[in-house]
Write a protein that binds this ligand. Structure first.
Ligand code: PGA
Length: 249
């Protein structure tokens, strides 16, 4: 295992009520006691404050799944960085492929959000990943390089990168540990090129895309994989608990 922070992160997407969130966090806190890794949970906006409160005495770090790029203003229905911070978020997922695809978020917009998060003391967890077509066309590295370069332009502080191949998200088709490792190593080399060796050596790069209790252990054992970002399996206390456990073996 390397010296970087290891993070097991859950992304609940548009699931769970307030009550369900608090109950889950209370029980998860018991399961992750003395866990050597950080456990992150990105909850819905509506559950942020209560989830942060429930996680207070535990090792669990609560965050949001998105935010607006503006500091504040007349943007009906949007949520600003200072608001999620105020509600207890410590990190925020930005550039998730569902946001990129369904809400047409560009690298440029993701970058503005990343800088806004940074300004507000939130740790950005920035997602990148190629589509099936891009991989088959041999464009994976080109796409990733551009996403990393444009989404992280001008960033000064710490961030977390998540490599999530779009073809692996919610499909049950996880990247093999070898493919994931190879791509993570590439992402790390891009960080070195764009930032410096220190950033490249210290930035956690998480793998995401159909992670489950059976494949998590092998993925996290890879040299350049510093944890996982879990969607579907993070909704089940049993499965997420097993993923945390598998990652520490
Ligand atoms: P999945 O989602 O684990 O359900 O594939 C991962 C993600 O969207 O971050």
């Amino acid at each position: 295992m390397n010296q970087r922070r290891q993070i097991i992160a859950g992304n609940w997407k548009m699931y769970k009520t307030l009550g369900e969130s608090c109950e889950f966090i209370g029980k998860l806190a018991e399961k992750v006691k003395e866990c050597p890794h950080s456990v992150y949970l990105a909850v819905p906006f509506t559950a942020l404050q209560a989830a942060s409160e429930s996680a207070k005495e535990s090792e669990i770090v609560i965050g949001a799944q998105n935010m607006n790029d503006a500091s504040e203003g007349a943007f009906t229905g949007e949520v600003a960085a200072f608001m999620i911070k105020d509600a207890g978020a410590r990190f925020v997922i930005l550039g998730h492929s569902e946001r990129r695809k369904l809400y047409r978020e560009t690298n440029e917009l993701v970058n503005r959000k990343v800088l806004q998060a940074e300004k507000n003391g939130l740790e950005p967890l920035v997602c990148v990943g190629e589509t099936k077509e891009e991989r088959e066309a041999g464009k994976t590295e080109e796409v990733l390089r551009q996403q990393i370069e444009e989404s992280l332009s001008g960033v000064k502080g710490d961030f977390i990168l998540a490599y999530e191949p779009v073809w692996a998200i919610g499909t049950g088709h996880t990247a093999t540990p070898e493919t994931a490792q190879e791509t993570h190593a590439f992402c790390r080399s891009v960080l070195k090129e764009l930032f410096n060796k220190k950033v490249s050596d210290s930035t956690p790069i998480l793998y995401g895309g159909s992670v489950n209790p059976d494949n998590a252990g092998l993925l996290i054992k890879q040299a350049d994989i510093d944890g996982v970002l879990v969607g579907g399996s993070s909704l089940s206390l049993e499965k997420f608990g097993k993923i945390v456990h598998a990652s520490t073996l």
